[in-house]
Design a protein around this ligand. Sequence first.
Ligand SMILES: [Zn+2]
Length: 100
Amino acid sequence: MELIDKNALVEYLERMGNEIYAGNDEYFIGQKAGLMKVVSVIMTFPIVEERQHGHWKNGCCTVCGESAATDGHFDFIAEEEQKYCWNCGAIMDGKAICDD
Ligand SMILES: [Zn+2]
């Protein structure tokens, strides 16, 4: 399964729809209506999983508690370079939001 950003897709489709000058041309009116219908269908689909935001605290993910990834003593990966938790997929930008 590949995850996509639902809001980014909706924004893209709405922008495409707004860029179509329909005028009185039935073809473009239909194209614009079709795009807007797709947007409304996408909006009705359930969110499977909302990506959580966390940060590394004492070497562990604040969402799932798993230790930060490392390749060993010689190939250490700094926490600042780990933008996502390898275990739960949390985005590691939440320090300012949930600084506990
Ligand atoms: Zn995690």
